[in-house]
Design a protein around this ligand. Sequence first.
Ligand code: KPL
Length: 308
Amino acid sequence: MKKIGVIGPGAIGRLFAFFLASAGHDVLLVCRREAQAKAFSEQGLTYVDLEGRAHHLAVEATTGGSERLAEAHGVIVTVKSYDTAAAARQIGALNRKVPVLSLQNGLGNAQTLARDVAQEQIAVALTTHGAIAEGEAKVWHKGRGQTVIGAIEAGSEVADWWADVLASCAPVITPSAEIQREIWRKAMVNIGINPFTALLGVKNGQLLREPDVLPLMRAAVEEAEAVAKLAGVELSDSMERVLDVCRHTAENTSSMLQDVRLGRRTEIDAMCGVIVQIAEAAGLSVPHNLFLKNFIKKCETNRFELTS
Ligand code: KPL
């Protein structure tokens, strides 16, 4: 059994923490806020399964970062993409080689981690499990999914290490030798779904019934595919994949819609924002991604102004 630190226990962090703890691993949740660490320590972690049954498990939680992480055999990063740099510094401060797993949305997280963590220690996982966080310490499992894992450095054994740990507890773990490609494929899906659900305020499946919006989704995804090619990743059929994910996750509230509803910052920068950045550097115009980035940013700011 291993001791695993989870930095950022949002919906996906809590879900994987539950998978690990229920298989007997020792889980340490690293929270940013004292109130959340207190809630986990006092109430434990509550997981509501796909049939709506609640399960409780005791977990350790801290805001103490590096000191408490010092004994961890491995660290999973599930913070939002804009907090990856802070998580990387916490791991870097351990001054010890520890396997790290980025289980996040968006482009560029592994590169951000690699500023403070050796590349050979970093694995990336992408999951299609649906989960919604409630309150400080509860998670609803909303859809069974699959998880692919791969190392960012060829020849590194870190992905096998994580696949072994997770295979004992999380449903369907698939190793991938092409994780960069998988990251881009998932980014296409996020770009085609997340901003549109957030702007329209609808669940993923509703996008299929919006004939005026589908061409805009397709245009944004085609721009992003062209940028992936600039980055050396050839993708095809991304829009078909977007539609497929809308069908399979029809009842999901996308992470971006959850963020907008809660008045939180979204991950648009790590999605359309990265597309715009790469395109601009290459002199390519990506008007749909630029619009989505600016519009979602505007929604965030207005929301902050209204709530502050
Ligand atoms: O990853 C997702 C998200 O909500 O961020 C999708 C695949 C769109 C599922 O909701």
